[in-house]
Design a binder for this molecule. Structure first.
Ligand code: ADP
Length: 333
């Protein structure tokens, strides 16, 4: 069952297109992440879905109904932004219940729904605090609860975790997924952070310069980026092309290809590994050592070692093996 259907949508600012010929679908209960670098048009796409930006051409439908003449407040969607936008003069409970109160829902219903949402976000104890007495992560959870209060048929999330620091972002991404799943919420999330998209979404669409260049299940997109630019955006460390790609794939026992993307841990120090490189530099990371190695015929690459004994010292030669699930063979481009 399709909740949202975007067909061949183009949105322009004056004469400049910000979204071009985008088609996407979100099925009921699904979380779709639109992932792309800053300026690629993802907020514009979200604003068009919300009815805050007119489209130049194409269509947006919700449950089969065209939305071109439906104003924002009649679309049945909720919006959540990076900065949450809570009301500081109201308590946490007051903020969460606000959308229900302005819809004049009966008091007992408001009370019950607020209690349910407070439990869902794990902030029952903070119901009477004001937003400026909360941490950034707590504020975002309250903003999420408020957005969910009326059980919107679609939740639109604009970089919901970007204002938080890295450790908190990780934790909250897991919470966000759990909360959306528990509520059965259909959501469209836009973000520039591929880890956030992986952690939260059922499916993702990669956007670049106004267009969707790839979409699919996060694991599938991650395992097979459409091209070098997509690979780097998805957190791959290097893309090797031509002879260097061929040499690496040969040593890995894989079929030849025009290009291969490597994660930072695609090469591992291993006795008897097929590649030999010279250690140029190293640094300790929490669970392993990260090396920079020069492999003749391929180039300077990242590698990992499990322990200091495995690699000797700067200038020494090391054997390396290629870890097959840490690389992606890229298509024709
Ligand atoms: P993102 O959310 O991916 O960072 P945006 O959708 O905000 O990208 O912007 C897409 C493009 O449209 C950018 O080139 C941006 O400069 C331009 N843009 C965004 N908002 C406006 C506006 N109100 N007027 C003119 N150009 C805009």
């Amino acid at each position: 069952m399709t909740m949202l259907e975007i067909t061949d949508l183009t949105v322009r600012y004056a004469d400049t297109p910000a979204v071009e010929h985008v088609s996407l679908e979100v099925t009921r209960g699904e979380v779709l992440a639109v992932l792309g670098p800053s300026g690629c048009g993802k907020s514009t796409l979200l604003r068009a879905v919300a009815g805050l930006e007119p489209s130049a051409s194409g269509a947006i439908r919700a449950e089969g109904k065209d939305l071109s003449r439906v104003p924002t407040h009649k679309r049945g969607f909720a919006l959540m932004f990076q900065d949450g936008q809570l009301f500081n003069q109201q308590t946490v409970a007051g903020n969460i219940g606000y959308p229900l109160r302005i819809r004049r829902r009966p008091r007992p219903e408001v009370k019950a729904r607020v209690a349910e949402l407070l439990a869902l976000i794990g902030l029952e104890a903070l119901a009477d605090r004001r937003p400026d007495e909360l941490s950034g992560g707590e504020r975002q959870r309250v903003a999420l609860a408020r957005a969910l209060a009326v059980r919107p048929r679609l939740l639109l999330l604009d970089e919901p975790l970007s204002a938080l620091d890295a450790a908190l972002r990780d934790r909250l991404a897991g919470d966000l997924r759990r909360i959306l799943t528990a509520e059965g919420t259909t959501a469209l999330l836009v973000t520039h952070d591929h880890e956030e998209a992986f952690a939260v979404a059922d499916r993702m669409a990669l956007m670049r310069a106004g267009r969707v260049v790839q979409s699919g299940a996060p694991a599938d997109v991650w395992a097979a980026p459409v091209d070098a630019e997509a690979a780097i955006f998805l957190g791959y460390d290097r893309v090797l092309e031509g002879a260097a790609a061929g040499a690496l794939l040969r040593e890995a026992g894989l079929p030849d290809a025009h290009a291969v993307a490597l994660r930072r841990s695609a090469l591992e120090v291993h006795p008897g590994g097929a590649l030999v490189g010279t250690v140029l530099a190293f640094r300790s990371a929490p669970e392993l050592l990260r090396l920079t190695v020069d492999v003749p015929g391929i180039g300077v690459l990242s590698a990992v070692a499990r322990s200091a004994q495995e690699w000797g010292e700067v200038g020494s030669a090391v054997s390396l093996r290629v870890v097959g699930d840490r690389l992606a063979v890229l298509g024709g481009s």
